[in-house]
Design a protein around this ligand. Structure first.
Ligand SMILES: Cc1cc2nc3c(=O)[nH]c(=O)nc-3n(C[C@H](O)[C@H](O)[C@H](O)COP(=O)(O)O)c2cc1C
Length: 188
């Protein structure tokens, strides 16, 4: 699959087949989360692949979202803001969030590539999840990702913003594009 097709195809999925996904595919998707830019080249994200049924049950309770418990696997994405705050102070917190978002984007696109489905879950009782997985207090949990094989295609209408509503040219709220230079055929 081409990268742009994987990005276009991605949707949140909450219904997972009884068939267990191949865990190797999940590891491969996590592998793609390594190839991201990071401030100071400091990579501060860790992934926990959870397959223990009892732990999945407890994590599901902590999210209060029953579909989470329908998956055979859950990936918990964590980040360590201290690693970016050390060199960058307060800015480091923001850098950490940005890094995490980019890594999760790669991870989610790669899941599509490997035929797997998920939904980014960010509502949960963090303390409970930390207790279940022995995650230290200082670590942030940036997402819970139940991983499964989609049972049926989602027919819900697309909710994505239109390109024209998310782009400005040359200044804030400038919606028209004004070409400043002559376009030469050989420069395209
Ligand atoms: C930071 C973040 C937090 C989210 N938290 C939840 C959540 O707790 N539960 C849930 O069902 N979906 C959650 N979502 C998924 C969004 O609801 C979903 O991406 C959105 O409705 C768009 O649908 P799509 O992913 O199919 O394009 C979250 C998404 C993001 C990016």
């Amino acid at each position: 699959m081409r990268l742009i097709d994987a990005l276009r195809k991605r949707r949140s999925v909450t219904r997972y087949s009884h068939k267990k996904p191949d865990w190797r595919k999940i590891l491969r998707a996590i592998d793609y989360a390594r190839f991201i830019p990071s401030a100071g080249n400091i990579y501060a994200i860790k992934f926990i692949l959870v397959s223990d049924k009892e732990k999945i049950k407890k994590i599901t309770e902590a999210t209060q979202q029953p579909f989470v418990g329908k998956a055979h696997f859950i990936v918990v994405v964590t980040s360590d803001p201290r690693k970016l705050q050390r060199p960058y102070g307060e800015r480091g917190k923001k850098y950490m969030c940005l890094q995490s978002g980019v890594a999760i984007g790669n991870f989610m696109a790669a899941l599509v590539e490997f035929g797997l489905a998920t939904k980014w879950v960010r509502f949960f009782y963090e303390d409970k999840i930390k207790r279940v997985l022995s995650i230290p207090e200082e670590i942030s949990i940036d997402g819970i990702f139940p991983i499964g094989i989609e049972t049926k295609l989602k027919t819900q209408a697309e909710v994505f913003p239109l390109l024209e509503n998310i782009i400005f040219f040359d200044k804030w709220e400038q919606k028209e594009m004004t070409l400043k230079a002559r376009v030469l055929e050989e420069s395209l």
